[in-house]
Write a protein that binds this ligand. Structure first.
Ligand code: SF4
Length: 440
């Protein structure tokens, strides 16, 4: 570890990052007012922005101070925290690029280097970033280690292999067998053993030693944060709901990319307090909430504002989503006294690694618990594991619950796939059918 890099990092942490935050606060105070279809914005938005900006800003100064790991959203990051890796989530970075409507540009760079347009846009954006060095966050630190799990999809394995080969750095893959019925004890043992086998390589890359007490502390923080996040989502059962799922897409970032760190837990405590306060005062995220909706699949990052406004103007609020729920759903499997097996249970059963029957049961419960009146499914070109089966799910749900529903075809971060006229026509027809069902 170089002394000058360490001093620079410490200076930026103590002075550079706070100065940047104050500047941002100033800009925010000058920002435009909220459109009238919405209730008052969440005050926690400011803190969220600070945390994420600080995370990306400090990452520029981290090489030479800490080892950097690039990690997939479903990987058991707690193990890396024990070794003090600075973690970067390419999926989160790609969502940021998508939200800034720069997805097509980054995807185009990867496609120009022979990566297929059929590849997930998170992967193409990340590869475009790797090939060009571009980033709306300024600059991302090069990884010393790649850590992925196929519990979300198989794409991540080939994507991370491509980076590993290009940059000549080690890749650790956590293999999670798909749960086609129930998770078997053999699968749990297989995953638990993999986690333990990772320790020597993590010690070697990081230069730090493993202590079980550190892992227990990280797991406890991770579980507390995920439970708090789950409680925040549950609070959206209130009428009116204190936030929209479009807000939740943003507030999800710390539980994805800072999970296991004290900053994530502190943040969710602040957000939970604000949400509880709004519930007790009857403050809704949109004005005059009339209909409550469920969202299925990942956000359409470049159209979050458009969709939020489209529905809020019609007094419709998304109060729950399978996507935001994913980082809270399996957390009760975690048992600090049995870390290896319980991590295998927690990470092996997440929604994208679980069967459609499970997803159907989950969605039915959500529709019931959150008093949902209608369902919007985003069939995304990028994410096959999330999109395959949606037509069957829709049929099963709409038929048994007589729930108006619509499927829209788009993409998570590649705005070239968005067809505004076609989607708007479908959404307007859906809104009419929702009104008709409730009139009848
Ligand atoms: S969006 Fe889907 S395909 Fe892309 S990385 Fe995530 S899980 Fe994999």
């Amino acid at each position: 570890m170089s002394l000058s890099a360490k001093l620079k990092y410490k200076f930026m942490k103590d002075y550079g990052a706070p100065a940047l935050m104050s500047l941002q606060g100033l800009k925010r105070r000058r920002s435009r007012p909220t459109p009238s279809a919405f209730g008052p914005p969440l005050e926690s938005n400011a803190r969220l922005k600070e945390i994420l900006t600080r995370h990306y800003y400090l990452s520029r100064f981290v090489p030479g101070v800490k080892k950097v790991a690039w990690v997939t959203s479903g990987a058991p990051v707690e193990l890396l925290r024990v070794f003090d890796f600075y973690t970067i989530y390419p999926e989160n970075h790609s969502a940021l690029v998508g939200a800034k409507k720069q997805g097509a540009e980054y995807c185009g760079i990867a496609e120009g280097d022979s990566f297929s347009q059929d590849l997930c846009s998170y992967a193409r954006i990340d590869l475009g970033h790797m090939l060009s060095g571009k980033s709306p966050a300024g600059k991302l630190p090069k990884p010393d280690l790649l850590f992925c799990s196929n519990n979300i999809c198989q794409t991540v394995l080939y994507w991370y292999k491509a980076i590993s080969q290009e940059l000549d750095i080690p890749l650790i893959h956590f293999d999670a067998p798909f749960v086609s019925d129930r998770q078997s004890e053999a699968d749990i043992r297989y995953m638990a053993q993999q986690l333990q086998d990772m320790i020597p390589i993590l010690e070697q890359v990081s230069g730090n030693v493993f202590y079980m007490s550190d892992l227990e502390a990280v797991l406890k923080r991770s579980q507390d944060s995920s439970r708090t996040w789950g409680n925040i989502l549950k609070a959206m059962q209130a009428k009116p709901a204190p936030m929209t799922i479009f807000d939740a897409f943003g507030h999800l970032a710390p539980i994805v990319s800072l999970r296991g760190l004290p900053v994530a837990q502190d943040y969710y405590n602040i957000l939970a307090e604000e949400i509880d306060d709004r519930v007790s005062k009857g403050i809704g995220a949109i004005r005059d909430e009339k209909y409550r909706l469920i969202w299925d699949n990942i956000a359409i990052w470049y159209k979050v504002r458009y969709l939020a406004t489209f529905f809020a103007e019609r007094k419709m609020n998304f109060v729950t989503a399978t996507y935001t729920n994913a980082w809270a759903e399996t957390i009760d499997h975690l048992n600090i006294k049995d870390p290896w097996n319980s991590m295998a249970r927690t990470y092996g059963q997440i929604i994208l690694n679980n069967n459609l029957k499970h997803r159907l049961g989950l969605m039915r419960r959500m529709i019931d618990d959150f008093s949902v009146d209608g369902m919007v499914m985003h069939s995304t070109r990028s994410c096959k594991p999330y999109s395959v089966g949606q037509y069957d799910l829709r049929k099963a749900i709409s038929t048994s619950l007589n729930l108006p529903s619509v499927i829209i075809d788009a993409d998570i971060a590649d705005e070239r796939v968005w067809s505004e006229q076609q989607i708007q026509t479908r959404l307007e027809a859906f809104c009419e059918s929702l009104e008709d069902t409730n009139r009848g």
